[in-house]
Structures are given as C-alpha cells and as structure tokens.
Design a protein around this ligand. Structure first.
Ligand SMILES: Cc1cc2nc3c(=O)[nH]c(=O)nc-3n(C[C@H](O)[C@H](O)[C@H](O)COP(=O)(O)OP(=O)(O)OC[C@H]3O[C@@H](n4cnc5c(N)ncnc54)[C@H](O)[C@@H]3O)c2cc1C
Ligand code: FES
Length: 257
C-alpha cells in the first residue's frame, strides 16, 4: 500500500445518530471499497483510523470515547479534518453467478452482516454496494441498550432486513448480536457472513461460520500510527491490521445443506 498525503476535507453535514455517535459528511469523494478506512488528522491533537461509511462523498460515523473522538465531536459544519486514504483491504462481495437476475432484483442468496458498536459504519457501506448488485442483505446490529443502536433506519432504507439485539433487551431481541445471528443462520440460507465490531464478537462470529460451514470476512481494530504497514503498531501476531486487513478472510469448505 503506497502512502498517500493527507487531503483537506471540510465538514458539510453533521447527523447525530445517538447521544454518543455522530456522522460527518465531507466535501471530498474518493474511489474506495467497503471495509477500507482513512487516517483522520487533527493538527495538534492526533491522527486516528476511521472506516468509510460512504466514500462519495466521504462519510464517517464517529463515537465519542476519548480525546481524539471528543475533539472531532467539537467540530462544526465548515471545520476541517485532514484525511489519508483509502487504506487497507476491503470486504469482497461473492461473484454473482451467470443466469442470476441482474442488479436491482434479488439474486436468490443472502448475505449476513453482523455489527457491533461502530462496526455498523463499514457494514453500511457494504450493504449499500451489495444491494446495488442485487444481494438480499440481512443485518444484525448489536448494542448494549436501545440508545446505542445506530444506523438501523439507514439499513432499512437500503432494503436490508434488520435485526436488533440489545444486551438489556430495551430494543429488539435481548442478548448478543451473535445470538440473533445464530437464530438467522438456522432459518435462512446465507452465502457469506461479514462482521465488524469488538474482538470477542468477531471470535464468536468465526465460531458460527465454522459451525454453519460459511465463509466469513471479519474486520479488526487495532491502535494505528502509520496506517500503511511501516511502524508495526497494529500487529496481530505479525498480521498487520492496516496493510493485511482490516478485513480478514476466513475460508471454509462449503457443504450443501
Ligand atoms: C480500521 C479501524 C477503523 C475504525 N473505524 C472507526 C469508526 O468507524 N468509528 C469510530 O468511532 N471509531 C473507529 N475506530 C476507532 C478509532 O480509530 C479510535 O480508536 C477511537 O475514535 C478512539 O480514539 P480516542 O483518541 O477518542 O480515544 P482513546 O484514547 O483511543 O480511547 C479512549 C477509551 O475508549 C476506549 N475505546 C476506544 N475505541 C472505542 C470504541 N470504538 N468503543 C468503545 N470504547 C472505545 C479505549 O479502550 C479507551 O479506554 C476504528 C479503528 C480502526 C483500527
Ligand atoms: S499502523 Fe503502522 S504498521 Fe499498521
């Protein structure tokens, strides 16, 4: 991955998704695929990675958790951030087999997307691309409480089937996103499972993928500095999340069920 220079981007719209999460739309577009990320730099503060929620125009969904994200939340329309990217390996949609209906209809197979926390952002980008190709998309959004559920209406507007799981049961099914995902795996035939969220959730999704003999694509987060494979700070046992990921392909021999 070649390093790219930061491009200045001005905020043109801010949407509050929850008390802690907002979506920023910029006056910048880039050629990018779902799952890729940008390094966002605020001079004098820090530079941190964020998944693209959309690339045209660049749109980021940012949770306020610490110093950098709080500084971004203090920005208003017209303020600037500097963005490097797109970076990293994207999610890949399965090839559409010959003879299947064209984009716009459904091609008869479904994709399962499992999102936790801000993992909904890249999966929204993926859902948009997948729907445009005619895939039936099911998404499970996991959150602690109803107030933490984000982007559900946006997925529904894309024509995706949305399931919500909250740990306290205040919205949707009570329990973890992976519990709700397992119920869907019992009842619906899927071609691929995609997930982005906390690492224990990714491990559980990998376990489900093994059990249901489905290939999976999992997107990881790690602390990053360079964003393109030089500093080593994002290593997972030598696998660099910024360069080799953030999406990891889990291949599984498929069996007809
Ligand atoms: C490839 C990649 C894509 C990312 N995409 C997004 C994205 O789309 N949206 C987004 O908001 N963040 C995303 N992140 C995380 C983001 O880069 C920062 O880590 C995050 O904004 C925290 O930075 P901070 O300086 O505000 O807080 P920090 O000082 O880094 O963290 C403050 C505290 O919050 C905890 N924390 C860090 N991140 C989270 C989190 N996501 N949820 C709950 N607690 C957390 C930390 O453990 C720490 O205790 C992504 C990270 C990677 C590697
Ligand atoms: S962030 Fe530097 S190697 Fe990944």
């Amino acid at each position: 991955m070649k390093p790219s220079l930061p491009q200045v981007a001005r905020i043109v719209q801010i949407v509050d998704e929850s008390p802690r999460v907002r979506t920023l739309v910029f006056d910048l577009s880039m050629a990018a695929d779902p799952g890729q990320f940008v390094m966002a730099w605020l001079p004098g503060v820090d530079e941190k990675p964020f998944s693209l929620m959309r690339a045209q125009p660049v749109t980021l969904t940012i949770a306020r958790v610490g110093p950098f994200s709080s500084a971004v939340h203090r920005l208003g329309v017209g303020d600037r951030l500097w963005l490097r990217g797109p970076l990293g390996q994207p999610f890949i949609l399965p090839p559409i087999e010959a003879g299947q209906p064209p984009a716009g209809g459904t091609n008869g197979e479904a994709l399962l997307l499992v999102a936790g926390g801000c993992g909904v952002a890249p999966l929204h980008f993926l859902a948009e691309r997948a729907r445009a190709q005619g895939w039936e998309v099911w998404v499970v959004i996991g959150a602690q409480t109803a107030a933490d559920v984000i982007l559900a209406n946006r997925f529904a507007a894309l024509g995706a089937q949305v399931r919500i799981a909250t740990e306290d049961g205040s919205r949707g099914e009570q329990g973890l996103a992976t519990d709700a995902a397992e119920r869907l795996l019992h009842s619906t035939r899927f071609r691929m499972v995609y997930a982005c969220g906390p690492e224990p959730m990714l491990e559980a999704v990998e376990g489900l993928a093994q059990r249901y003999r489905l290939p999976a694509q999992l997107s990881y987060e790690r602390y990053m500095r360079c964003g393109f494979g030089v500093c080593g700070s994002c290593s997972r046992d030598g696998w660099l999340v910024c360069r080799d990921g953030p999406v990891r392909q889990v291949e599984i021999q498929r069996e007809e069920r």
